[in-house]
Design a protein around this ligand. Sequence first.
Ligand code: PLP
Length: 402
Amino acid sequence: MRDNERLSTRVGKFRPSLTLELKTLASERRDRGLPVFDFGLGETKGPLATRIRDAAIEAYREGRTVYGDPAGLRELREEVLKWLGCGAAYDVENVVITTGAKQSLFNIFLAACNPADCALLDAAPWVSYQPLAVSSLAVPVMVQPAGGKASRLKVNGADLERELGMRPDVKLFLLNSPVNPTGQLYSSAELLELLAVCVRNRVYLVLDRLYWRVVFDGKAFPEPTLDDETRRWLIQVDGISKNFRRTGGLRIGWTVAPTDLAQAMANLQSHYTSGPSMPAQYAALAAIDADYDNEMCQALERKRDRVWAARETLPGVDVWPTPASFYSFWDVSGVFGRTTPGGETLDGSEKIARYLLGEAGVVTAPGSAFLQEGYLRISFAVHDDELEAGLAACAEAFGALR
Ligand code: PLP
């Protein structure tokens, strides 16, 4: 074996995510006693709800730590259907509990795609979609919206039809709404149109709705229509990582899928994880079997408004409105060509992210991590004082460019 063959060609090519690289630079700054405003991390702040914590402790105390059903705890699967409001359309056999939403996605690629099948991704795909598709030997292809920036990078039915017309080997279209990184929300009509295209073309629509409770302005997440046909082609992915405080590390997600696929995914899981950690499943059950508390969403909406108000102070930056999620998406292409006080010309989102970190201590995620150059993603799920100070530091850093 030659040195360059020690790793598989598939996985050996992966880079650690850019956001992690920036995190390392940020902690180096912290170690030097310099301020850091972390707008990079997609995780809500605040205490873990007592009932979630106690449910996990109780499970450990009572020794509910033996192997469980690889498809997940039955009570949790039942509750997931209620949580998603689709108990009338599905049975518990359609639900598979996974180790985070990431594993749901990986299961789907593995269960649905043959080697070299095409997996269509939406226009600003979340960082892990591509590596997950590649690892499962599918070929990820991004659907480009004809509407470009004006469409806020949302894909419509015609965009999808066009792509499907060019590729006979498409197995699925993976759509994220609310969208990480752009903060956009697909309307009911937009979702329906995409679902109809998928049904007509007999490809799966995988709907990653992980942020579905974080929808602002008094609106609610538009539920997809469920009838016999759509149920055959719709796969929904969700979990507890984003709609609650401090739950990302519990690593619980779920898939609601047609029976054959759900069965295949449960079989697969029985071989490679035997299902997620049992105490974490009890914690997830405690999270979703109570009335949902909107307090976190309301707090995030106030932060969203604060970022929106700050747009006037950011020369060259076009801040997109955020109807959902906790990400503000900044079009920074207007800053390209400008020069930093240190004499560097900024010509890409990664350079801008590095400049903001070095000059202002602000951690952001460059658009290039989401295969969209010319943007920055700002996570505003931070404490109010950090948000204020970080936005002021951004204003100063953008203002200092010539
Ligand atoms: N999908 C999207 C859009 C995400 O933002 C994330 C996490 O950031 C995931 C899936 C993975 O979620 P989990 O942490 O539950 O595995």
